[in-house]
Design a binder for this molecule. Structure first.
Ligand code: PLZ
Length: 449
């Protein structure tokens, strides 16, 4: 294996020196095709040599502007110095004892930090896991024990993971669920607030959601309502103002555990530590993963101490959950977020991207909606003048950006949303350049008819 130094000292530039993908990437792709199961896809099959700040450099020497952050993970940038330093120290000290066998302070400190950073000054506790899906599963386990109830309510366009329970909770069939059933029971889906498509106020949309829960499930049967404050894979949908506070009020009034799945929206991504802060409501439990550990696998459930503590001793755990190296990475990432004030940077990024995208929408009417919070921004691509989804144009825009050295992602139930999730340390120059590229790609599509 060959490695090149990454991190923020990598030249922060877009640079294409071969076609995309280049010859070395194509060679690696052949090996991959023979060795890696075909069910695992890749958005852009260029093989990575190094990454840092706002760029990813491939094995052919091409440098891409990164608008993906490994799906909202490397918010502090790849190989952030504070993460590298703490991980290096930890790897040299010890790599694993299993917290359930012999504990260590890094795990405790991550739980303390998460209790401190999540909203509300009530008593909180946390437990650590490996992946987002695992955190969601554990939030449901905890809510069921706490309430003595079975039902879990999720919403349209939700994404919660790929394990058996979380597949049942995820809305979209293809590619996440197709052929993988039967799915776990006692998961009920209610409509959500999707301002671009339903035109409802937050109060109206909440009344619709609550009506479905009351009539089809019964509030007294519901252990948990699980929802993403900004729906991520489902299309970067920001519910109308008032929607989430109304659901929280309903949950509180009915003894239902309200779980905010902040796996994608948390840890500075939307310009606050957690997206729930935008409207000032308090979740009972929050699931955390992705951005929390600067690229190492770590996840958490954090929330009200009395709910977290309702589980019997030994009821929560797993071999690797809260691995010491991942905890060291998280402490380095959180430190970086504080020192660089990445919440402020996320707000600045959001403002820049929204301004550029709104200007683009004037000459490119396929952009039906520009939305998002902080550095979690997207455009919904439609047939001009309608709300009819146009996934083909969204895919063309994204592929066009890839060819020009900008790594973009799509999402959405209809596959027609182009989303932007840059590392929060990306420079304004790089972000402007990425928007220039997108503008050119869109203009070329218009010119081609
Ligand atoms: N909850 C809100 O966004 C992960 C998934 C990409 P894991 N989203 C990216 C893919 O195609 O697998 C996610 C999320 C929210 C839960 C999860 C699941 O987190 O760490 O991927 O299990």
């Amino acid at each position: 294996m060959t490695t090149t130094a990454g991190g923020p000292s990598l030249p922060q530039e877009r640079r294409l020196v071969t076609e995309v993908p280049g010859p070395k990437s194509r060679e690696l792709h052949e090996r991959r095709t023979a060795a890696v199961a075909s069910g695992v896809g890749s958005t852009l099959p260029v093989y990575v040599a190094a990454a840092g700040g706002g760029v990813i450099v491939d094995v052919d020497g091409n440098s891409f502007i990164d608008l993906a952050s490994g799906i909202a993970v490397t918010s502090v940038g790849n190989s952030a110095p504070e993460v590298v330093e703490r991980v290096t120290e930890q790897v040299a000290a010890f790599t694993h004892t299993c917290f359930m066998v012999a504990p260590y302070d890094g795990y405790v400190e991550v739980c303390e930090q998460l209790a401190d950073l999540t909203p509300g000054d009530h008593a909180k506790k946390a437990a650590l896991f490996n992946s987002g899906a695992e955190a969601v599963e554990n939030a449901v386990k905890i809510a069921r024990v706490h309430t003595g109830r079975d039902a879990v309510v999720v919403v349209d366009h939700a994404y919660h993971g790929r394990t058996n329970l979380t597949m049942a909770m995820t809305a979209k069939n293809m590619p996440y669920k197709e052929g993988f059933g039967p799915f776990a029971g006692e998961v009920y889906r209610a409509p959500v607030s999707y301002p671009f498509r339903d035109g409802l106020t937050g109060a109206e949309a909440a009344a619709r959601t609550i009506d479905v829960i009351d009539k089809q499930v019964g509030a007294s049967n519901v252990a948990a309502i699980v929802i993403e404050p900004v729906l991520g894979e489902g299309g970067f949908i920001v519910p109308a103002p008032g929607y989430l506070p109304a659901l929280v009020e309903y949950a509180n009034a009915n003894g239902i555990v309200f779980v905010a799945d902040e796996i994608q929206s948390g840890m500075c991504r939307t310009g606050t530590w957690f997206a729930s802060e935008h409207e000032g409501w308090l979740p009972d439990l929050t699931t955390v993963a992705k951005g929390v550990a600067g690229g190492l696998p770590l996840a958490a459930v954090v929330g009200r101490a009395e709910i977290m503590d309702s589980v019997h001793v030994g009821g929560l755990g797993g071999t690797y959950g809260g691995n010491p190296v991942a905890c060291a990475a998280a402490l380095g990432a959180i430190q970086t977020m504080k020192v660089l004030d990445l919440n402020a940077r996320a707000l600045g990024i959001g403002e820049l991207l929204k301004r550029r995208l709104a200007a683009m929408a004037v000459t490119f009417p396929a952009i039906g909606d520009v939305r998002g919070q902080g550095a979690m921004i997207a455009v919904e691509i439609v047939e001009p003048g309608t709300t009819t989804p146009d996934p083909v144009t969204a895919a063309r825009l994204s592929a066009g950006c890839h060819q020009e050295g900008v790594l973009t992602l799509t999402c959405g139930t209809y596959g027609n949303v182009l989303r932007f999730l840059p590392p929060l340390v990306a420079s304004r120059e790089l972000l402007h350049e990425a928007m220039d590229v997108l503008e050119d790609v869109a203009a070329a599509l218009v010119a081609a008819g």
